[in-house]
Write a protein of this length. Structure first.
Length: 295
């Protein structure tokens, strides 16, 4: 089954809900970067919330970049998406392996770190991109983003993110984002809070093969949730190309390129996001130098 994201409204359209199944996306990221189990869990959560935030943007030209930098051994994770959402990312230390936490679960907080920040950059066609920065509160990702939404976007949110990993890879991955609409009252918010408490982990619900609509009903306590938008399929896909890489080489300048030709005779660039390797011969490099002066 393909991944999907669905937007809902609950409790007479007073509660906004976005639910995501990102199992295949996270598994592709795990394979692409050869991630350890705890990094798969951490990065998978980050990719999921990035995809959810991506569909909130208006245009396919809009770009969202999320960076998490903590004092744990992972050091830094980066993800970027459009509103499709077509998502890609990378991790500084993909092979981190640390002991399980006191609950015998993958210690995502320990791997990410309890101190650091979330950095969100939204390039939505304005003169300057929007930049939001929020401190890490737990390193568990979901709590950190709930805190980010309050601090940087002034909206109270319930965020749940989960990745279930076994010896074969990713069993399930997904998440949800719940926001009260301006006319939501204490009654609706209280019902949702109780429902979330009783619902359990998102990764477990997905592993039990609950549909996103069933999950939306369970986490809101509303059997009559209304689908607003569906058929959204998030994918992990890089848009790199040899042409893009040639552009990157051009930025180092003619002198440095000439030096590479004389000393190495060739160049190899590796894409951070997909590990694709691009080879540039002496002739390729000479062509890049020639094009630098072209208008």
């Amino acid at each position: 089954m393909s991944d999907k994201i669905i937007k809902f409204l609950a409790h007479n359209e007073k509660i906004s809900v976005i639910c995501a199944d990102t199992t295949n996306l996270v598994e592709k990221a795990r394979k692409t970067h050869d991630l350890s189990p705890v990094v798969t869990a951490a990065f998978g959560r980050m990719l999921t919330i990035t995809a959810i935030m991506g569909i909130e943007m208006k245009s396919v030209k809009d770009k969202l970049t999320v960076q998490i930098k903590g004092n744990g051994p992972i050091e830094m994770m980066v993800a970027t998406t459009n509103n499709f959402p077509k998502i890609k990312g990378y991790v500084i230390n993909p092979q981190v392996d640390i002991p399980l936490n006191e609950f015998e679960k993958l210690d995502v907080g320990g791997a990410v770190g309890y101190e650091g920040y979330i950095n969100v950059i939204k390039d939505i066609g304005l003169k300057e991109p929007y930049i939001g920065i929020s401190p890490l509160t737990s390193g568990e990702i979901a709590d950190d983003f709930a805190n980010y939404f309050v601090n940087s976007e002034q909206r109270n949110s319930a965020v749940a993110l989960g990745v279930l990993v076994d010896k074969n890879g990713v069993k399930s991955a997904g998440g949800y984002l719940i926001n009260p609409m301006p006319d939501a009252g204490e009654e609706e918010i209280s019902k949702v809070e109780q429902a979330i408490f009783q619902a359990g982990a998102i990764s477990k619900m997905l592993d039990e093969n609950l549909s996103l609509q069933e999950i939306a009903k369970r986490i809101t306590g509303d059997e009559n949730v209304k689908i607003i938008e569906e058929n959204i399929t998030p994918i992990y896909q890089c848009d790199c190309s040899k042409e893009h890489m040639a552009g990157a080489l051009a930025t180092i300048g003619k002198e440095e390129l000439q030096n590479i030709i004389e000393t190495e005779g060739k160049a190899e660039l590796v894409c951070h996001f997909c590990n694709e390797k691009y080879q540039f011969t002496k002739e390729d490099l000479a062509e890049i130098i020639k094009n630098i002066d072209k208008p």
